[in-house]
Write a protein that binds this ligand. Structure first.
Ligand code: G1P
Length: 289
């Protein structure tokens, strides 16, 4: 059983400056709910019981968000705003959430290494804080189910355009287990289209065995002068089989302006309280173009 999840949320969010100067991108609201809350809920829906969020300096608001806010609760209670009071309290009771700070932003691999003590010797889930998924089956549950079949690390993947490979970790398949589920021969971080072994990209969800930590501890810097998780996953393949699994859930890249905007629209038009008004606004805008 997979009981633990790690959510790295320590990056600078440079693609979203100046907002990310003080607001962590993981707290950007999708209408009224921060992305990271949806990610925590995804983990819980997959049976995860304990979550470690990796933060960094200037990101204490993430810790505050999952804590209680007694002053606000007292205010809401005094005004008899029961509905809002419940929403505010529920956030603080979502799951057992721990926090650790990554003291230097040395890369995703280095961020995951901060989870070693928390994870111990169990397989664990990784959910990147700026990749939001919506699906009938939560994305990380798709990987838990795949892990249960092969009992080895599984990376969530998606197909990307040839010209986009330089933005992702790209997988090199070895053997097809069945459609969309492969044993891997290799994985490479952010290759140029010419060098990319496929168009199957790492989508921000991983199910990893704890042996990854030994490799991360000794991982030298890679692309962008960062300690890359992808590079240690490649090394893991020397000792254990690693698989990729094409996620059926839809992904939104909240770290990009377009991805964030798409998420806002999609979430709004799915909400009964907003649907009609938003669709009307969109229709009028399109008419005026
Ligand atoms: C990270 C990973 C990359 C993966 C991507 C998915 O890159 O290093 O392999 O494809 O997340 O979002 P980043 O977006 O942090 O540069």
């Amino acid at each position: 059983m997979i009981k633990k999840a790690v959510i790295p949320a320590a990056g600078y969010g440079t693609r979203f400056l100046p907002a990310t100067k003080t607001i962590p991108k993981e707290l950007f609201p999708i209408i009224d709910t921060p992305t990271i809350q949806y990610i925590v809920e995804e983990a819980i829906a997959a049976g995860i019981e304990e979550i470690l969020i990796i933060t960094s300096a200037n990101k204490n608001s993430i810790i505050d968000y999952f804590d209680r806010n007694i002053e606000l609760e007292v205010q809401l209670s005094a005004k008899n705003r029961q509905e809002e009071l419940k929403i505010v309290k529920d956030v603080a009771n979502l799951a057992t959430i721990h926090f650790v700070r990554q003291k230097e932003q040395l890369g995703l691999g280095h961020a995951i290494l901060q989870a070693e003590t928390f994870v111990g010797k169990e397989p664990f889930a990784v959910l990147l804080g700026d990749d939001l998924f919506v699906g009938k089956i939560p994305a990380i549950k798709e990987l838990v189910l795949a892990y249960n079949e092969v009992k080895s690390s599984v990376i969530g993947t998606m197909k990307v355009k040839k010209e986009e490979t330089g933005r992702y970790g790209i997988c090199e398949p070895k053997k097809e287990i069945r459609t969309g589920f492969y044993e891997l021969k290799g994985v490479v971080e952010k290759p140029q289209p010419k060098e990319a072994p496929s168009q199957s990209a790492i989508a921000g969800r991983y199910l990893l065995t704890p042996e990854i930590f030994t490799l991360l501890r000794n991982q030298e810097k890679g692309v962008n002068n960062e300690i890359q998780l992808t590079d240690s996953i490649l090394k893991l393949m020397e000792y254990q089989a690693v698989y990729s699994y094409d996620l059926k859930a839809k992904r939104y890249d909240i770290g990009s302006r377009v991805g964030y905007f798409e998420a806002l629209i999609d979430f709004a038009i799915k909400r009964d309280d907003l649907k009609e008004e938003i669709i009307q606004i969109l229709k009028n805008k399109i008419k005026d173009l």
